[in-house]
Design a protein around this ligand. Structure first.
Ligand SMILES: [Cu+2]
Length: 399
């Protein structure tokens, strides 16, 4: 109904505008120039506007770089990240350079050669030499860029198996992440969404001996300087694993395993101490303090002060709580990493424990269903029902 009313109002407004324009037409002096053909005055105005537009474009470009340049990510925290950034800056630099010259010339010529009553346009059919030049230059430049891009791409995407990367599974579901370390054998146990039941949240195949020593965790720890190979799996819909600080992103597709490998080079602690991050954290906390004063005045709870951590985000709009789908990443020394991993329970021990507890249903009821997992508080509403019905389906298949 509202839409209908809005349409009627818009239509009436359009009619009003049209009528007013007719009144203006009628109220013109009889000796005014009513010709539809542009005269010198019109051409001059349009020439000036063309020039003004390109100046406006340049001013706004410079302003955006100046004002929003601080939103660039800091130095890449992975080995391949530098290559990636160089490729991007070369591409952007080249595009900016060519665009500033060509756009500027286009608008300047529109101004300089604007129509005049006394001037006649020159008929100039073609010039082979000119056409050859403006074809060959882009061909060579683009070929160079594309070949350079392809080499960089294959460098980044091809995992070097000789380096013996540590295999970690990243498991996505609406709306959180889990990481599964492959344990001593560095081999992940088989898994399938059909095996999801009770504490077996990731559907690891209990009959596969490779899975016994796997470790499932809610926080991703990585040892600095060690190559890691991620295998991605999704429980429900398309997700995308996005590691902005490591310049990595990979789609997480239900029904298939995708992969991406990288080597983290900067620990969380080092990144926190970097000049970029110290400034960033300071400015975030200044904003929070301002906000806190408001909140205090209203008697509401205040915000905690911010501390930097690497994070993994979901970069595909996968449902209601997509915005909240993230996982903390901690890059640390190898000793710290090993000490942390040592403390995590293996999949085998978790399953044994749960079968011991099976006589006490109040302990196991609901454990491990996605909607009961911590950090998933926002995943309320219809998507939850989707999740649980999926779980029921999966259980039904197993039975
Ligand atoms: Cu997602």
């Amino acid at each position: 109904m509202t839409v209908f009313l809005v349409i009627i109002v818009l239509a009436l407004l359009a009619v009003t505008g049209w009528q007013i324009s007719k009144i203006f037409q009628l109220s013109k002096r009889p000796d005014a120039d009513t010709s539809q053909v542009a005269n010198d005055k019109d051409n001059h105005l349009h020439g000036i506007l063309m020039l003004a537009f390109v100046i406006f474009l340049y001013v706004i470009t410079v302003y955006c770089f100046w004002e929003y340049g601080r939103f660039y990510l800091p130095e890449a925290a992975s080995e391949h990240g530098g290559e990636y950034d160089t490729l991007m800056f070369i591409s952007i630099g080249l595009i900016m350079f060519v665009q500033i010259i060509t756009q500027g010339l286009l608008h300047y010529f529109a101004y300089k050669y604007k129509g005049k009553k006394t001037q006649k346009a020159l008929f100039y059919a073609d010039n082979d030499k000119l056409e050859f030049i403006w074809t060959i230059i882009p061909v060579i430049t683009l070929a160079g860029l594309i070949i350079y891009g392809l080499f960089t791409w294959s460098d980044i995407m091809n995992v070097n198996e000789d380096e013996d990367p540590m295999v970690i599974e990243l498991y996505a579901y609406q709306f959180d992440w889990r990481a599964r370390y492959s344990g001593e054998d560095n081999t992940l146990g088989k898994a399938n969404v059909r095996f999801i039941e009770g504490v077996n949240q990731l559907g690891v195949d209990e009959s596969d001996s490779y899975g016994k020593d796997d470790k499932i965790v809610t926080e991703l720890h990585l040892p600095v300087g060690q190559p890691v190979l991620f295998k991605f799996r999704s429980q429900d819909v398309l997700h995308s694993a996005y590691f902005p600080f490591f310049r990595a992103q990979m789609n997480v597709v239900p029904g298939m395993i995708t992969q991406f490998g990288f080597t983290p080079t900067i620990t969380t602690e080092e990144m926190r101490e970097s000049e970029y991050m110290v400034d960033k954290v300071k400015s975030v906390n200044e904003e929070r303090n301002e906000k806190n004063e408001e909140l205090r005045a209203q008697g509401e709870p205040t915000l905690d002060s911010y501390e930097f951590d690497y994070f993994l985000l979901c970069n595909k709009i996968c449902g209601q709580a997509h915005y909240n789908m993230q996982m903390k990443i901690i890059v640390e020394s190898e000793e710290d990493f090993n000490a942390w991993l040592e403390e995590q329970p293996t999949f085998g021990s978790t399953m044994e424990e749960s079968s011991e507890n099976v006589d006490r249903p109040e302990d196991t009821a609901g454990v491990g269903t996605p909607e009961n997992m911590e950090g998933n508080d926002d995943a309320e509403g219809e998507n939850d029902t989707e999740n649980s019905s999926q779980e029921v389906d999966a259980v039904a298949v197993v039975e």
